[in-house]
Each structure stands twice: as C-alpha cells, then as structure tokens.
Design a protein around this ligand. Structure first.
Ligand code: SF4
Ligand code: SF4
Length: 278
C-alpha cells in the first residue's frame, strides 16, 4: 500500500500525521518528499546511514564547435541559455534538463555535465525506515529530488509519503502512483480553500482521497459540509488540544506519548485499505 499524506496549504500538521501514522504501523517506510523543507526527521531520532547526491544534467558547450547561431537559446523554453558575442552562457538554475538545445544544435556542440542539486538521505528509527530528500539552497528543481526519494521505495513495505504542501508539480510528482491520498486540513476558510484545490488536482490524477481534520474544534463547519456534499470520506479528527500541541512543539510524535492515538492511526490505515478495495 502506498499512501501519500498531503495538504493544500502548509502548516496543517501534514508531517505530524505522516509520522504518527508511520510509527503506529508495522513494516513501514516513510518517504519525506517535502524536499524544500524536510522535517519528518525532526520528529524521529533516526540513525542516518547514508547520503547520496542527486544530480541533473546541464548543457556543456564545446566553444570550439559553437558558431553562436542562437538556435539552442531560441529552443530553450526556460531561458537557460544566452548567446553573447563569441560566448554561450548556461544558467544551470533555470535548466530543466529537457535536452531540446542539444537536439537543435546544428554543430553537435552540446554535451552534458552533472550539476548537483541536492541529496537523498536514508536512516532508521528502530524498525521504521526514513528516506528524505534535501534540495540545496537556491536550487529550484524539487522534482528530480522527489524522484530520487521515490526510487528508494521498497515494494514489500507499506509506504507513506509526506508530500510538499500545495498542488503544484512537486505534489503531483509525489502522489503519482499512490494508492490513496490523505489530505490534512484544518476547519477554517483558508483550510477549505486550499483543500478544494488539492481535491481538484487529485480528481484529475484519479487518486482516491480522504480527509483528516487537524485542530478540530477551531474555526467553523465549512470543511465538514464540503466533505459531506462532495462525498469525501472524513477519516480522522485530531482535536486542538494542549497536550498534542506541547508534544508537537518539542518535536515528539504524540502517538508515542499518547498510546490511544496509535490505535486511531491504525484504524485510519484500515479505513484507507477498505476504501482502496472499493
Ligand atoms: S536542456 Fe532544455 S532547459 Fe536545459 S538549457 Fe537545454 S533546452 Fe534549456
Ligand atoms: S545551437 Fe549549437 S552552435 Fe548554435 S549557439 Fe547553440 S551550441 Fe552554439
């Protein structure tokens, strides 16, 4: 079973849900795909075992062959190439490694060089395997790191993916191939607004979904009404509770100190299994 935990907006408690669910189950791998801000490891005292760099390919121009015709620059949809008199400049941060420039070069002057954009780290917290990606500061391409994290997926395990917030490319890349997506929201107008966007994206991707309401008790009932009218299963409510907030602020997964929550997360996972059978 592959389950993504996502949220239309940041700060809803998505990582807390992913970590607590992972700690409540057996034979689990937790993949933190929120590579711009991976923080699942902060909740887990994981023993880091190894780190692998992640590279993309960027153009390497042979200035001896280049005739500065500008074909490559015109073909690049990302403005990653600039032809100056007797010089072709490459801007690695803008390059999406699409290969288009090399295809149109009449001089076969473009080859490729590796460009490091981040790393994938693997560790264990007891039996739980944690894999997380880290995008280097200033590098804009999260998707290749997310792919590298997902390449570490072990087929024999239940896999929980902690998605980047929002509904843009990093979220789409994370949730692609998942059996189910848990959308974590809070019962506020902001929560509802971003929940709707995430739901629309998942419907297009044809990934079944359910909702976890975090900080239940604040805000209003609009999220509940929306789920009911849209026939979206409400999987779990986590109350706005002092004890949970205190543990969160200390980086302690609340299910470890409040064992009744282990059962609730196990029930949550069982509900997901049931829903994916339908
Ligand atoms: S590989 Fe694609 S994105 Fe990168 S410079 Fe070439 S055309 Fe532009
Ligand atoms: S298309 Fe080839 S020859 Fe023309 S500017 Fe680009 S690298 Fe140089």
């Amino acid at each position: 079973m592959i389950v993504t935990v996502a949220s239309g907006k940041g700060g809803t408690g998505k990582t807390s849900v992913a970590v607590n669910m992972a700690l409540s189950l057996e034979n689990v791998q937790l993949l933190d795909c929120d590579v711009e801000e991976p923080n699942a490891y902060l909740f887990l005292d994981a023993d880091l075992q190894h780190t692998e760099p992640v590279y993309t390919s960027i153009p390497l121009v042979d200035q001896q062959k280049c005739v500065y015709c500008g074909e490559c620059s015109r073909a690049c949809q990302f403005n990653a190439l600039f032809v100056a008199p007797q010089k072709l400049l490459v801007f690695p941060e803008l390059c999406h490694s699409c290969g288009g420039c090399a295809m149109v070069c009449p001089q076969a002057a473009i080859s490729w060089e590796k460009h490091r954009i981040g790393a994938v780290k693997v560790g264990f917290a007891d039996d739980l395997q944690l894999v997380y990606g880290e995008l280097e500061v200033g590098k804009p391409l999260a998707v290749p790191i997310i792919k590298a994290v997902k390449n570490k997926m072990v087929a024999s395990k239940n896999v929980i993916l902690d998605s980047p917030p929002g509904a843009s490319c990093p979220f789409v890349e994370t949730v692609r191939g998942s059996d189910f997506c848990v959308l974590v929201t809070e019962p506020t107008p902001f929560g509802l607004h971003d929940l709707k966007i995430a739901v629309q994206a998942l419907e297009k991707l044809k990934v079944p979904l359910g909702v976890v309401v975090n900080r239940a008790g604040i805000g209003d009932r609009q999220v509940y009404d929306y789920c009911q009218t849209q026939n979206i299963p409400l999987l779990l409510e986590i109350p706005y509770q002092r004890r949970i907030a205190e543990l969160y602020s200390k980086g302690i997964p609340f299910s470890t100190e409040m064992p009744e929550w282990r059962e609730k997360f196990q029930t949550l996972f069982s509900k997901i299994e049931e829903l994916t059978k339908k």
